[in-house]
Ligand binder design. Sequence first.
Ligand code: PA5
Length: 416
Amino acid sequence: MLRRRHGIWMEESTGKSLSTLAAKRLRGRLRTLAELDGLEKDGFPLGWRRVTRTKADEKRLRRVLDATHAYDTLLLLGIGGSDLGARAVLQALPPKKRVLFAGANTDPDELEALYSMVDWKNTCVNIVSKSGDTLEPMSAFLVARERLKKAVGKGYASRIVATTDASHGTLVRWAEAEGFLRLVVPSDVGGRFSVFSDVGLFPAAWSGVDTRGLLRGAAMAMRADWPVRWAALHAEAYLQENRSVWVCMPYAAHLASVAFWFAQLIGESLGKTTEVGPSPLPALGATDQHSLVQLFMQGPMDKILTFLEVDRFSSCLVVPRAPSVADALAPLAGIPFEELIHAERRATADALWAAGRPSVTLHLPRLDAMAVGELLQGFMVATAYLGQWLEVNAYDQPGVEDGKRRFKAWLAARAG
Ligand code: PA5
C-alpha cells in the first residue's frame, strides 16, 4: 500500500489471487507516458494528455461564459463522451446553478417531461457533438431550438452554445449560419477523453465548479503512480486470471455517475476484438451490498472490483440515540455516517479478499475538484496503458460508428 500525503491513494486487496510476483512482473513492463508520444506521431488522438489550457482556450471560454452567465439554467444536449463526463463532474461537485441534461436518449416521454418544465426565457442551451451530426442529441436540439425561438424570438441564437469540431460537421456550419456561440472539441481529443476540454469545462465553469482545481487534479494524475498500478493490476487480472468483469463501485452517492463514465471509457476503449474486451460494471456502495454484492461475493470468479472511497465527507451527520423499544440499535448512537460507510466498504473488501476475490480501493481525500480531476484523468491514463498492454486501439469506436451509420441509413431510406 502506498499512501501519498496529497491526492488519491490506492489500497490493494488482491489476496492470494494476484501474487506479488505477478504484479511485480507486470510493473516491470510499465511504460512511461512519454512512450505514448510514438502513438501520437502515428495519428492517435492523444490531446487528452494536455491538462493546461492555452490563452486562446481561456479567451474563447470566457467570451461564452460572459455571454451566458445571466441565465438561470443551462440545458446540455449530448450523448456518450459528449455527455457522461459533464454529468460525472456535476454530480460529484454539485453546481451552484441548474444544469439539465437531455439528448442522450430518444425517449419521447422523458424529453417532453423535461422540456415542458424548462423556463425557456431563462435558459441557455449547450449542444455538444464532436462530429456535429449525431442524431440523438441533434433531434433533441431541433426541439430545444424551436421552443427557445418561440419563447424569446429573434435573439434565440445568442443563447445557444455549440461545442463541436472547429471546422467539420453539420453543427459547425449551422453555428456559423445562425450565429450560435461557439466552443471547440479539439480534433486530437476523442469523445470519451474530452471531459477536460470545453466539453466538460464549460458546463462546470458556467455552474460555478472550480475548473482550476479540476485541471490541477488532472495534472496530478499525469504524475501519479496509482493509474499505472491500477492498470497493471487489471491487465494482470484479465490476462492471467480471466477476470473480465471490472466493477467500479463508489461508496459515495455523488460519484455514481463516475461509474457510468468509467463504464464508457473502459467498454468503448478496450472492447475491440472477440478475444479482448473487459466488461465494465457500474455499482454503488453501500446500496449494492444488498444486491449485486451477492454476485460479487459468491458468483463466478471473473471479477475485479474498484471501490472509490471519500476519506472525509463534508457533512458530519451522526446517528442519534434510538428509543428503548429499538434497543438493538443502541450501539449506533453517536456514530458518524462517514464511519458507517467506511466500515461497510472495508467489510466488503475484506470479505472479497477472504474469498480470493481481488479489489482495489481508490481513496479520495475529499470530494473536491482536485480529487475529481485526478480521478477522471487517472482513469484515462490507465486506459491508455491498458490499450497498449491488451494490444488494442483504445481511441477508435468502430462498433459505435457502425450503429450510427445504420441509424443514418435508416433515416435516408425513410426520407426516400
Ligand atoms: O467516445 C466517443 O467517441 C463516443 O462515445 C462519442 O462521444 C459519442 O458517440 C457522441 O459523438 P459526438 O460527440 O460526435 O456526437
